[in-house]
Design a protein around this ligand. Structure first.
Ligand code: DP6
Length: 365
């Protein structure tokens, strides 16, 4: 059999940046995060699982039509992921896998693909492997499994998409680390692992006027990847715990409230502050992590200039110079025009809030 799934990318407005050191190998985050599920930008993945032939699972993997060989880092990511999942669902080790994955957006366009990639892989695996059928529609469980591949993939699973909340599940306190101890029972570990999961809080039709613009910024710089970058922040930024506590206790509820009330002005302020505070955490990391460049700063200034007479737009930046800008339908042509003035036509992709992961009958092989 073969099974195909589609999973969208997502853009965080309350950021995930750091793993709880006691639970690092399971990618449990230090704090909760909130994202919009993005329509139009997605990964399609087809999987065939056949009873295993060799001593360990064989993996045949193509990404965007190109073969991924065992020496490549994408291969290693998938192998590590299967190993982690195998610790809880040993039957995944009983298969050989043929996997084909395609993004409908160019990987080089600077949009994150690990979120949609691992989410599509998990959804397709759940449909393909018979032993997974009891949890096939269990978004909470599947999102926790996707997290074992990449943190941000957790938020691309919930099938209703829309606004997604990823609960950290496990408390984080650097001053009093709750060490995952060898004395913990397997059941207690499992409980913790599945408590860090995502769910839809507002479906896409809650706020259909919301426009999401991906803004591609040119860059030549080599950056520190998210995974080592966030670890350095947890380890070296003296304000890290304060940031986590503040966002967890205050911003999370403010954001959900602003979305519930469709209060664009307040939400925009919260989104921009949360982005700026992530980059403040990055800059306070030692050695500092600088992900924004001068074009990113031009975008920040332009958005604040647009907002002078009343809020029209909000920006957010992940671990790179590209921006994602939010606007309401009535203002989006003006906002899009301003952004194109900075990065050039063709570098702004407008989309909206969409659905989450789903199976598809359109197979890649
Ligand atoms: C800045 O999910 O790529 O985009 O869990 O180590 O695979 P790993 O990291 P990843 O980190 C994403 C960080 C971010 C913020 C976010 O999406 O919340």
């Amino acid at each position: 059999m073969t099974t195909t799934a589609i999973a969208p990318t997502n853009i965080a407005i309350l950021k995930y940046w750091g793993k709880n050191p006691a639970w690092e190998e399971y990618l449990i985050p230090t704090k909760s995060s909130i994202s919009f599920t993005v329509d139009k930008l997605f990964t399609r993945t087809t999987i065939e699982a056949k009873p295993r032939g060799g001593a360990k699972p064989g993996i045949q993997f193509t990404l965007n039509g190109g073969r991924i060989t065992p020496s490549m880092k994408e291969y290693e990511y998938v192998e590590d992921f299967l190993e982690r999942v195998g610790a809880f669902f040993p039957f995944v080790r009983n298969y050989d896998y043929r996997i084909a994955s395609e993004n409908n957006f160019p990987t080089s366009a600077g949009f994150a693909s690990s979120a949609s990639g691992f989410a599509a892989m998990v959804k397709a695996m759940a449909g393909e492997i018979p032993e997974f059928s009891p949890i096939m529609d269990d978004d909470a469980k599947l999102s926790a499994i996707a997290r074992l591949g990449s943190g941000s993939a957790t938020r691309s699973i919930p099938s209703h998409g829309g606004v997604v909340l990823w609960e950290r599940g496990v408390e984080f306190d650097l001053r009093d680390p709750q060490k995952q101890s060898s004395r913990m029972t397997k059941a207690a570990i499992e409980k913790a692992i599945f408590s860090s999961c995502a769910r839809t809080v507002f479906a896409p039709d809650h706020w259909p006027e919301l426009s999401i613009m991906y803004v591609k910024v040119k860059t030549e710089e080599k950056k520190v990847k998210s995974r080592p970058g966030m670890k350095a922040s947890v380890d070296t930024n003296p304000l890290y715990q304060a940031w986590v506590d503040y966002e967890e206790a205050i911003v999370r509820e403010q954001m959900l409230g602003a979305i519930r009330n469709r209060d664009f002005a307040f939400l925009s302020e919260l989104i921009m502050k949360a982005s700026n505070n992530l980059h403040q955490i990055c800059f306070g990391t030692y050695p500092p992590l600088v992900y924004l460049n001068s074009t990113s700063v031009d975008i920040i200034r332009a958005v604040h200039a647009l907002n002078e007479g009343g809020v029209k737009a909000a920006y957010t930046f992940d671990a790179g110079p590209n921006a994602v800008v939010f606007a309401l339908g009535k203002d989006s042509p003006e906002v899009e025009g301003t952004l194109e003035g900075i990065v050039g036509k063709g570098n702004v992709t407008a989309t909206r809030v969409g659905n989450g992961s789903r199976l598809s009958s359109d197979h890649l092989f």
